[in-house]
Design a protein around this ligand. Structure first.
Ligand SMILES: Cc1cc2nc3c(=O)[nH]c(=O)nc-3n(C[C@H](O)[C@H](O)[C@H](O)COP(=O)(O)OP(=O)(O)OC[C@H]3O[C@@H](n4cnc5c(N)ncnc54)[C@H](O)[C@@H]3O)c2cc1C
Length: 383
């Protein structure tokens, strides 16, 4: 068995979160290795849409993480190749009636205090922003900070730019321990020894925690996306109806769907995404697809006659309070978690990488880590 010493950290998972952790850790001068049982972005990252949203987050720790990430994505867009398709296109949240406009207004008020730009758009100005939007809407809010990346490219380019050692096609089958502390990982081919191991295994983060002898209740939350035939740029922003915000925040296991519609530089319109907790069930749900298509056509009637070329699905890494687990695990010295970002992991990846790097180097964290504490689900009152 090969043994690799002299690493500062091993990161499990080559999704966007693991890649961002590798990028910021390497920039801080750490020697890191990234190991994944599959390909780069072969997990949920390759099934995500790439929305970088502040608009759907209420004031609180997740929004703070999103705002930091928004700033970091802008910096990354300036140094990573254009292939990441960063587009600061802005979001538009629309309301069907006056009561919803009022609810959005109070939601935006809280967001503004946290640093979000939220601009109310009266009903008669909606078409100036989105000429093909359905008539009859009561108003909306424009969020200029919402943006977009191509998630698989973003992960691949972050990882390449990190210069980290990368081991693909190697499953972590064991977490090495020495006197109760983590000392590296084992794959069928080698042992990678390091004083810190970062669990960036996304939806499978609970299994890695288990290998290290601790618990983390990460569950899959399935989502479908529809991809249309290439079209001229009909949809300029990320556009969604206000009830999407409630869907995101809900902990229900039942099928929820509220379409987010957006054009892409290459032409297809992306329509995502449903949410439901059905384990790792990969079967096609025509009900989910039907709902998405109907909601998208209700927002943009022009889409009713457009062909859908394909659909895909993925499993969001869900934690019961909708916040990721980020930071050192006090139950297992040397173990850090960076997983459980649910439907926002692409957006939140850079800030997660920055927080993990601060924990690895002992630097001042850019944000308070307490809300993301990995042992917060423990019933142990001694914690
Ligand atoms: C339909 C859908 C739409 C979405 N849209 C958006 C969006 O618009 N914006 C947004 O921000 N987020 C979105 N998300 C969520 C986002 O995709 C995830 O939060 C994010 O990709 C999680 O990234 P990750 O790196 O944590 O996990 P992953 O990308 O899943 O990476 C984890 C990696 O760990 C590896 N791994 C697991 N176990 C092991 C092991 N034992 N050994 C080695 N490797 C292992 C896996 O192979 C995988 O590559 C969406 C998700 C879905 C399903």
């Amino acid at each position: 068995m090969l043994k690799r010493h002299s690493l500062d950290a091993v990161i499990i998972g080559a999704g966007v979160v693991g890649a961002a952790c590798a990028y910021y850790a390497a920039r801080a001068g750490l020697a890191v290795a990234v190991v994944d049982r599959g390909a780069v972005a072969g997990g949920t990252t390759g099934a995500g849409e790439g929305n970088l949203l502040v608009s759907d987050k209420e004031a609180g720790p997740e929004l703070d993480l999103a705002l930091l990430s928004t700033r970091l994505w802008t910096e990354l867009a300036a140094v990573l190749p254009p292939a990441i398709e960063y587009e600061p296109k802005g979001g538009l949240v629309v309301a069907p009636d006056d009561a919803t406009v009022r609810a959005l207004r109070s939601f935006a008020e809280g967001q503004r205090k946290a640093g979000v730009d939220a601009v109310e758009v009266p009903a008669d100005a909606l078409q100036e922003l989105e000429p093909h939007l359905a008539p009859g809407l009561a108003g909306g809010f424009h969020y200029p900070q919402d943006a977009q990346v191509q998630p698989a490219q973003a992960a691949a380019r972050l990882l390449a730019a990190s210069g980290a050692e990368v081991y693909l096609g190697e499953e972590v089958t064991g977490v090495l321990l020495d006197r109760g502390a983590v000392r590296g990982v084992r794959t069928p081919r080698r042992e990678l020894l390091a004083p810190a191991v970062v669990n960036a295994a996304g939806t499978w983060g609970g299994r890695i925690a288990e290998l290290a002898g601790v618990t983390l209740p990460v569950l899959p939350r399935r989502g479908f996306v529809l991809v249309t035939e290439p079209l001229p740029r009909l949809v300029r922003h990320k556009v969604y109806a206000a009830d999407y915000i409630a869907d995101v925040a809900s902990g229900s296991a039942a099928l929820q769907s509220s379409a987010v519609v957006e054009g892409t530089p290459s032409g297809p319109v992306l329509i995502g995404a449903t949410r439901e907790r059905v384990g790792f069930d990969r079967s096609l749900s025509t009900e989910a697809l039907r709902r998405l298509a109907a909601q998208a056509a209700a927002l943009f009637p022009v889409l009713a006659d457009v062909r859908v070329l394909r659909t895909y699905h993925g499993f969001r890494p869900y934690l019961p309070d909708h916040l990721p687990a980020i930071g050192p695990d006090p139950r297992r010295p040397g173990l850090l978690h960076a997983c459980g970002h649910e439907g926002a992991g692409i957006g939140l990846a850079p800030a997660t990488g920055a927080l993990i790097t601060a924990a690895l180097t002992g630097a001042e964290p850019p944000l308070p880590q307490a809300p993301f504490h990995p042992a917060r689900f423990d019933q142990d009152p001694a914690r």
